[in-house]
Design a binder for this molecule. Sequence first.
Ligand SMILES: CN(C)C(=N)NCCC[C@H](N)C(=O)O
Length: 265
Amino acid sequence: MPVEEFVAGWISGALGLVLGHPFDTVKLLGFFKGMSFPIASIAMVNSVLFGVYSNTLLALTATSHRERRAQPPSYIHVFIAGCIGGFVQVYCLAPFDLIKVRLQNQTEPRARPPGSPPPRYRGPVHCAVSIFQEEGPRGLFRGAWALTLRDTPTMGIYFVTYEWLCRQSTRDGQDPSPARVLVAGGFAGIASWAVATPLDVIKSRLQMAGLKRGAYRGVLDCMVSSARQEGLGVFFRGLTINSARAFPVNAVTFLSYEYLLRSWG
Ligand SMILES: CN(C)C(=N)NCCC[C@H](N)C(=O)O
């Protein structure tokens, strides 16, 4: 199994997240300030996504990454490989994403008044250990089903959008220009977040529900009760910031991924 796609995915995921960091810091109100946790988690998840995607395409079309411009895979193969990459990466992403959501929702004012209770979680490691102790090992995978529903089709759409935009006005057999890779990667990110945002809202609610036992009976129950209580607009919460973040993050992710693989021959 070729491993360079995993390495390129890791490095490009790390570069993308450096760009996305200011957005995440705003979104998370400063709770997720350090870089080491996101580098260890998101870059690793990106490595699994791109590595599994590329190796699935190799299995489906018998073409390596460097042969794919001359012999472009069909969009259905790209979609299937993207869905499989998305499905596999969920099981690496789930515990990290849960920790991120729990830290994000922790209401810790920057300067706590004296005598107020300390924050529930002191950081990512403390959060992981506490979930493990209080909710069991399965607790670390809370919301994984919603994450699977969110990421499996979404990643298919992500790679199809990227491929489709790259192939527009690029001559057959030629590599797309850096500008085209940036634009295609950016719009692939926006398209995927536009599709993913409703399930992203549900997933975050299910992940938080571990703290208030019995809040929801499952994905469907969470969807129905959220829509009943807050209206359909609830499913689009965060769409603007997700899209604003998605363009630069995914533009840089794809540009660095493509150029690393090209430079390695
Ligand atoms: C859930 N969705 C929309 C996605 N996973 N989309 C693909 C982009 C992934 C990229 N690391 C990012 O954070 O934008």
